[in-house]
Design a protein around this ligand. Structure first.
Ligand code: 3H9
Length: 705
């Protein structure tokens, strides 16, 4: 008998229950268990109907994603089980709670009826893994919910709630009382009616749900927003097959296209990303039974763009926030910006005006540090300057209650020095939010030398609760992301001085799939902001002894070209559109002359990609060898969620394995020779050298056990 699927008879109804924590994924053991259980349902004459339910917090969350890595993965095994269930003449009712996702929803669609508790969400998110639903989801969903909704759900991967699912006919009933009892009642009722069961595979797609241009529009929209994800185009083909072909033929189309997706490099990268993000939340070496601190109220110092965005994260999940500013005017302005942000979200229909008021009422402005005394966590988000931040943290060290956590939102500064300024460094860590802080998912959690383990673990858990993807970084200049950005921006600027245009550099980088090239990125963030970061770094003694280093950003700043906000930076802006500016070419040529850099006209896109991104990977290797980051996957998680690195490339370290670490090392050495290496720019990380010598890939991490 299966250990993960049980069968219990409740009168004439068999209750088949999957119990496979954490999310009842449909792995081999569950499929075998289901097969056995439903064979019993079929063969036992005393059983007149069945309910399929799950134990724990959710219905089945999909196939077991880890199984897709097996070269001999066989999707037909899913079909065998699902077809067997659907083929039964006895009614089978799926009882859904939590989430029914991917293979989980496909399993539910193979049942004859579906009931759900309120709050259940159902969806086919395979596209986020570079896959399409491979257990007939692309064929059954359009038949029950209509082609239009099905295509939208499968191509976006976004789940819908029980109410919407009921409207669409995807579920038959919402059970507000006990779900299992409700499901059993439906099963008994259907058995008593003794009518033929309803099999979705025997239905036709309702033509009224197929607007004439449905597939053409979907393809057009893909063309407008191209992606490296192999699934969307194939999803359209599958749903088209559901509309135009009999069920068995549609299933064959789906099987072929699913296999193509599964075998693609891009899907492998997206599956890697799924596990890397979850792994990143785990901190090696912490005791499992560590008790965490409770966070019921939060304080934020600084009501600027960053502070306001940070405060919104907490208000969004019902945590009250005290927002501190020095001057009433700045406070009023900060609160007004927050309100406007919420109102804009309400205008887009994502929240109600009621929600706006509720969230605003949770954010209370104050001018007095004393008001922070009761907070369980206080985050400072003041100007990025060591002296100012030290002062603020010193003050927080005095006013915050004993046991409160104190965090700095610094993006580059030494968290250990800031922690010491509080006089209670064990309570302190960095919480590096990315701008806009209420939108961006990444949170770098910076673990100081003395950060207490429970402080770190509390903040990691809290980060998840506010919808962030947290990644731990050790203390170093720029932590994981901004530190790796340095060599990337350094080479961008050398390439500009050598004669490449900002548009050429951006185009080459964007051709890889990065959301934005470096020049557009700085123009958006502010040339002044970027130049200040370089100046602060210089003050801290962190810059190489090279007057040409990041000379372009300094010069642009000096000329008042502060980026998009001043309509001029690396580009000139016409109606917010970047256009190449001969003035920038002139500035770069002058700088080249000043610093003895030879201009040339033979810079290729490949050179730009290699010179900008291979040193970034090299820096990632240093971050690993220094123990700043626990794993390559953490670095990739940072770059995908904070810097627009394409998820279907898996992040820079995964991508490096795709290219081959020896090839990267060879090209770094080549540029060291071609461009000269007086400042050590092309020195290779010891880890990289070891990887080449020992034939290791980042995927083999950890290398020593
Ligand atoms: C599919 O179904 C293909 C089919 O068409 C069939 C083809 C033939 N597999 O996210 P959490 C683990 S493709 C394996 O932190 P939450 C996860 O790694 C699949 N493991 O929890 C983590 O492990 P650990 C389509 C899985 O409460 C733990 O469960 N389905 C799977 O924040 C908790 O996860 C999806 O894409 C899985 N399918 O969120 C849905 N799912 O504790 C994927 C989770 O060791 N899952 N794990 O770190 C989710 O979206 C979220 O996990 C869910 C819960 C919303 C369910």
């Amino acid at each position: 008998m299966s250990t993960v699927v049980s069968l219990e008879k409740r009168g004439s109804v068999a209750v088949v229950c999957i119990d496979k924590p954490p999310v009842n994924a449909l792995g081999r053991a569950v499929r075998d268990g289901l097969q056995q259980a439903f064979e019993q349902v079929r063969d036992d004459d005393a059983i007149k109907a069945a309910v399929l339910c799950t134990a724990g917090r959710t219905f089945v969350a999909g196939a077991d994603i880890a199984e897709f890595e097996a070269p001999d993965f066989d999707a037909s095994l899913f079909h065998q089980t699902l077809d067997m269930i659907e083929g039964l003449d006895k009614p089978v009712v799926a009882a859904l709670h939590g989430t029914a996702l991917g293979g989980g929803l496909e399993l539910a669609l193979a049942c004859h009826y579906r009931v759900a508790s309120p709050g259940t969400r159902v969806g086919l998110p395979e596209v986020t893994l570079g896959l399409l639903p491979g257990a007939a989801g692309t064929q059954r969903l359009p038949r029950i919910a209509g082609a239009s909704l099905a295509l939208d759900m499968i191509i976006t991967g976004k789940p819908i709630d029980a109410g919407r699912a009921l409207e669409a006919g995807l579920i038959d009933q919402i059970v507000k009382t006990d779900l299992l009892e409700g499901a059993i009642a439906v099963a008994e009722e259907r058995a008593e009616q003794d009518a033929p069961v309803r099999r979705i595979s025997e239905m036709q797609v309702d033509p009224a749900t197929v607007p004439e241009s449905l597939f053409q529009d979907a393809r057009e929209s893909l063309r407008r927003r191209p992606t490296g994800n192999p699934a969307p185009e194939r999803i359209i083909q599958c749903v088209e097959a559901a509309v135009n072909r009999p069920f068995p033929e549609g299933v064959q189309v789906e099987a072929r296209l699913f296999q193509e997706c599964r075998e693609s490099r891009e899907s492998a990268a997206l599956r890697y990303r799924f596990f890397a993000e979850r792994e990143a939340a785990k901190i090696p070496g912490l005791p499992k039974d560590l008790s965490l601190r409770e966070i019921r109220t939060v304080g934020v110092v600084g009501a600027g763009t960053m502070g306001g965005g940070i405060a919104m994260n907490f208000a969004n999940v019902g945590i009250p926030v005290k927002l501190l500013e020095v001057k009433q005017e700045a406070l009023d302005k900060g609160l007004a910006v927050i309100r406007r942000n919420y109102e804009n979200t309400a205008k887009k229909g994502r929240i109600s005006m009621d929600d706006v008021e509720k969230r605003m009422s949770l954010i209370q402005g104050t001018l007095s540090y004393d008001d922070l005394a009761g907070a369980d966590l206080v985050i400072e988000a003041v100007f990025e300057n060591m002296d100012i931040k030290r002062q603020v943290l010193g003050r927080l060290g005095q006013v915050c209650r004993e046991g409160a956590i104190i965090a700095s939102n610094t993006s580059t500064l030494d968290v250990d020095e800031l922690a010491r300024a509080t006089g209670r460094p064990t309570d302190v860590l960095g919480m590096h939010f990315f701008s806009p802080a209420n939108v961006m998912r990444l949170l770098e959690v910076v673990r100081g030398e003395q950060t207490a383990p429970d402080v770190l673990a509390t903040v990691m858990k809290l980060a998840k609760a506010i919808g962030k993807v947290p990644v731990v970084s050790g203390v170093c200049y720029g932590f994981i992301g901004n530190r790796m950005l340095e060599p990337y921006l350094r080479e961008t600027e050398f390439l500009l001085m050598e004669g490449a245009s900002p548009a050429q550099v951006d185009r080459a980088i964007q051709s890889l799939g990065l959301a934005m090239g470096p020049c557009r990125m700085i123009d958006l963030a502010g040339v002044d902001v970027a130049a200040k970061v370089v100046q602060e770094h210089a003050k801290a003694g962190g810059l190489p002894d090279d007057p040409a280093y990041r000379a372009v950003v300094q010069k642009l700043m000096a000329e008042g070209r502060h980026g998009q906000k001043t309509e001029a930076g690396y580009y000139r802006y016409e109606d917010r559109k970047p256009v190449d500016d001969p003035e920038v070419a002139r500035i770069c040529a002058e700088l080249a002359e000043e610093h003895g850099i030879q201009q040339r006209s033979d810079i290729t896109d490949q050179e730009i990609i290699e010179r900008c991104l291979y040193p970034l990977i090299n820096e990632g290797a240093r971050i690993l060898e220094e123990g700043i980051s626990y794993r390559p996957g953490d670095i990739d998680t940072v770059w995908i969620n904070g810097y627009g690195f394409p998820d279907w490339l898996g992040g820079p370290m995964f991508w490096a394995d795709t290219i081959g670490v020896p090839e990267i090392a060879r090209r770094l050495a080549h540029y060291g020779e071609a461009r000269g290496n007086a400042h050590g720019y092309w020195d290779q990380a010891a880890l990289l050298e070891r990887m080449v010598a020992d034939g290791l890939r980042f995927a083999d991490w950890p290398f020593d056990g």
